[in-house]
Ligand binder design. Structure first.
Ligand SMILES: [Zn+2]
Ligand SMILES: [Zn+2]
Length: 131
């Protein structure tokens, strides 16, 4: 292979690179690739600390659920599921995990607090209500 066809690691110019970071696209080598082996070490460190906009949105929706907006709580649960999958596939930063845990707690609380009475009321209205 000609020298021009060989990519070199962005941190270690002497080492040939066989892969690129999934997040920033920089060339990485076996020395500086992170333990998940798809990101460079800088991006790995960054991802520990950050949450994606979807994770942030899920907790905002969960808070809306606390005010009785049951559909917002349900939407928060759906977003949490999607974001967890994205994190496991390294498509979303892992810093979002803590945010997702809080969003799940808040959204489930809202669903129990507002959702169950709604179900009971619907059952009462449909079957028990004197006509
Ligand atoms: Zn990177
Ligand atoms: Zn390197």
């Amino acid at each position: 292979m000609a020298e021009a066809d060989v990519a070199h690691c962005s941190l270690h110019p002497g080492i040939e690179s066989r892969r690129t970071c999934k997040r920033c696209g920089r060339f990485t080598c076996g020395v500086c690739v992170s333990s998940d082996s798809v990101q460079c070490v800088q991006c790995y460190a960054w991802a520990e600390e950050h949450a994606s906009p979807r994770a942030e949105l899920s907790i905002r929706l969960a808070y809306l659920g606390m005010f009785g907006l049951v559909p917002a709580a349900i939407a928060a649960m759906v977003l949490v599921r999607r974001e967890r999958r994205a994190i496991s596939q390294v498509d979303a930063p892992r810093g979002g995990s803590d945010v997702l845990t809080s969003a799940t707690l808040i959204a489930s609380w809202s669903l129990v607090f507002y959702g169950l009475p709604l179900v009971f009321y619907a059952v009462w209205w449909l079957f028990v209500r004197p006509r």
